[in-house]
Design a protein around this ligand. Structure first.
Ligand code: ADP
Ligand code: MG
Length: 335
């Protein structure tokens, strides 16, 4: 059975309740990662949407002012629009748990797992889902065993082309497609600039889709798949954030049975990794209709060119209402 978005608009809090006491939401954005600018853009958009939906929403950075600020003026709930480490790897959530501050999204431990791409792939594969073959190795292995010998084994086992990417990260930073064996060493070196562990993965040819999942109280539900068609052929940083360089199709131009299978995959990923409230799975659909899991994002981009808002719109929902509803549920669960 596929789980697809219900057609009815999710109900917002009763208007009267909102008028008496608008929900106070703190939206966290910025941070000290490579994705700071993207996060600020997501956060600004979230504050606008929430304000339009009748909430009292404020943008804050995750800096030394945050905890004293939340203690002095408690929020009903926090929305994390931080991308990259701290916001997505579970660290900030663990601190919010210590402080007793409710937040929208997945718990700290689940984020830590999802953030580690090879670990998440192992769990997803064990659950019976398809993900491209991979190997993940720290820098020290290449130093100790000799880079050349290890690289040769990788190519022999995984073939070409290959995807080389940091084991954790986002916005396609450090991600490279390698078609010639002689380009592999340089790709590995630039990948190590983003972290200690590199993941090399079999390249999968097909249609790229972003699969958004939301849980508004009745279990996780997949929104329509968003198809990604970058002009350059690679969905890299500039294809993502420069308007016009990528064409998006929401819903994706795929047969209904494939769309239903993709929706099932996204919901299963959300469940087996223990995610909550919202997620976005990135996947490739092969010409045979197989859905290959690439990674899942616990803090999906929410900028004007991001796929999660496109999926929400394609489902016939209003982004501010959906996010407001998630915040209201978290605020409620604390009372
Ligand atoms: N195995 C793969 N086969 C084909 N394309 C891939 C593969 N892995 C990644 N890509 C491409 O690289 C992009 C970034 O990879 P991804 O793992 O999603 O990293 P990020 O966390 O930076 O989004 C994807 O959106 C896709 O276009
Ligand atoms: Mg991705």
């Amino acid at each position: 059975m596929s789980e697809t978005a219900p057609t009815a608009e999710p109900t917002a809090e009763p208007a009267a309740a909102q008028e008496q006491h608008p929900l106070r939401a703190v939206v966290l954005a910025g941070g000290l990662t490579f994705e700071r600018e993207v996060s600020l853009s997501s956060g600004t958009q979230v504050v606008e949407e929430l304000t339009r939906a009748g909430l009292d929403a404020e943008l804050r950075d995750a800096d030394a002012e945050l905890l004293p600020g939340l203690a002095a003026a408690p929020a009903d709930a926090v929305f994390i629009a931080l991308h990259g480490a701290t916001g997505e790897d579970g660290a900030l959530r663990a601190v919010l748990d210590l402080a007793g501050v409710p937040y929208v999204g997945s718990p700290a431990a689940a984020c830590r797992l999802a953030w580690d791409k090879p670990a998440a792939k192992s769990v997803v594969r064990t659950a019976g889902l398809t993900t491209p073959d991979w190997v993940a190795l720290p820098h020290s292995t290449f130093r100790e065993l000799g880079a050349g010998a290890v690289l040769d084994l990788m190519v022999a086992r995984l073939g070409l082309p290959l995807m080389v990417k940091p084991a954790s990260g986002g916005s396609a930073l450090g991600v490279q497609k390698i078609s010639r064996v002689e380009d592999l060493p340089a790709a590995m070196v630039s990948c190590f600039a983003y972290g200690d562990t590199v993941m090399v993965e079999r390249y999968v040819e097909g249609v790229e889709v972003a699969l958004a999942v939301v849980d508004l109280g009745e279990g996780p539900v997949a929104l329509p798949a968003v198809e990604i068609e970058p002009e350059s052929g690679v969905f890299d940083y500039s294809s993502r954030y420069s308007p016009g360089l990528t064409e998006y199709h929401a819903p994706a131009r795929i047969p209904d049975d494939v769309a239903a299978r993709a929706a099932d995959v996204a919901v299963r990923v959300h469940e087996v990794l223990g995610l909550a409230d919202l997620s976005r799975t990135d996947a490739i659909i092969t010409p045979a209709g197989e859905v290959h899991f690439l990674e899942v994002n616990v803090s999906p981009g929410l900028t004007e060119t991001s796929m999660f808002p496109m999926a929400v719109e394609a489902a016939g929902y209003d982004l501010g209402t959906v996010l407001g509803r998630l915040l209201a549920r978290r605020a409620e669960s604390r009372r």
